[in-house]
Design a protein around this ligand. Structure first.
Ligand SMILES: *Cc1c(COP(=O)(O)O)cnc(C)c1O
Length: 357
């Protein structure tokens, strides 16, 4: 028997979630964001599922973009951070990739590149995140420059929200974006998942959902996405491979963090931080064992973790354990562990076998 851990990727859930996104996005076209190996779900595994319903793919690495072309995707591909050097810019021209342009060094590289088939550009405005992008007052001049270049085809205004999951969280950014776009008749692409769900006034021409395609919450709270009928695409599951009977005063795991206060049965699960389960998860973290919700007991080890079997007296060796997925939202595990669902999904370890259903 092999080690019983695996991750299941539910392709139907992904295509259902894309459908739900379309319901929200109205007439806007959809970039399916598949950076970070499709948020840990595997680009190669899921791209064809998305391909039947998306308008384009947005990602970071030129390697992934070229892979999509080779796999037969002829539609739009957006490099969210643009090209990183002149060689990549040449590949954008050659393979018809849309590139973000966020900095003057990229503008200069574009202007200096041999005029080839024009490349479509996403002109990025810094609307308050202060990571990438031109300041709103620079946008007009950058646009004039882009327009004058034979190397440049269509230009779209792009921005990214810092807090679209909070009420009124896009108001300041929208003011800056409107100021930047004034007088320029440019298509817009602004909305991430949170803005797709909660800020319809940001949808414009192209939306860029990521996390909601995979059924997790952009706000880190699963209850916030409940009205949208999204389904978790990834389930991380394992089994109980050992049982311990504790007496009052016994401790569990490294650092003896968990103390039994009474006699107690615990199960040892074949899943640890080397599988991508967060080591920072505290004792109250929810775990689904044998059809019942229970909790973690003691520090997560590299290859194992322990769970309280008090609520599930019938659980035994081989009982199924869900670490996150259908029954335990990844956001709940993440919240307990002091992070967000995004990080847990992206950090699924390569050693975990993946099953596609
Ligand atoms: C990651 C990313 C997105 C998608 O964000 P979600 O919160 O996962 O929807 C959209 N736009 C840009 C520029 C990104 O980097």
């Amino acid at each position: 028997m092999t080690r019983p851990i695996n991750a299941t990727i539910d392709l139907q859930a992904i295509s259902h979630n894309l459908h739900q996104v379309r319901q929200q996005a109205g007439h806007a076209k959809v970039w399916s964001v598949v950076k970070a190996d499709a948020y840990g779900h595997g680009l190669k595994r899921i791209w064809s599922t998305l391909a039947s319903g998306t308008d384009g793919f947005a990602l970071l690495n030129i390697e992934d973009a070229l892979w999509l072309r080779q796999a037969g995707w002829h539609g739009p591909v957006l490099l969210l951070e643009g090209f990183f050097d002149a060689g990549e810019l040449a590949l954008c021209h050659e393979y018809g990739l849309t590139t973000c342009v966020h900095s003057n060094w990229q503008l200069a590289m574009l202007a200096a590149s041999p005029a080839r088939k024009p490349v479509n550009v996403y002109l990025k405005v810094n609307s308050g995140m202060n990571r990438l992008g031109f300041r709103p007052e620079e946008v007009n001049a950058v646009w004039q420059q882009l327009r004058s270049l034979a190397q440049v085809g269509e230009v779209t205004l792009m921005a990214h929200f810092a807090k679209a999951d909070q009420p009124g969280g896009t108001d300041d950014a929208m003011r800056l974006i409107r100021q930047a776009a004034e007088g320029l008749n440019l298509p817009h692409s602004l909305a991430n998942s949170a803005a797709v769900l909660w800020c319809p006034e940001t949808h414009y021409d192209w939306v860029r959902p990521g996390i909601i395609l995979y059924g997790a919450s952009p706000s880190a709270r699963p209850q916030d996405i409940a009205p949208f009928g999204l389904r978790p695409a990834m389930t991380l599951q394992s089994q109980i491979i050992g049982i311990q009977h504790l007496n009052a005063g016994d401790t569990v795991g490294y650092g003896c963090r968990y103390h039994a206060t009474k006699t107690q049965r615990i199960g040892i699960v074949a899943a640890g931080y080397a599988d991508g389960y967060p080591r920072t998860a505290p004792d109250a973290t929810p775990v689904w064992v044998d059809g019942v919700l229970t909790t973690l007991t003691g520090a997560v080890s590299m290859d194992m973790l322990a769970v309280d079997l008090t609520p599930c007296p019938h659980a035994n060796i081989g009982s199924p354990v869900e670490l996150w997925g259908q029954n335990v939202p990844v956001d709940d595990v993440a919240q307990a562990a002091g992070t967000i669902g995004y990080e847990l999904l992206c950090a699924l370890a390569p050693r975990v076998p993946v099953v596609t259903v």
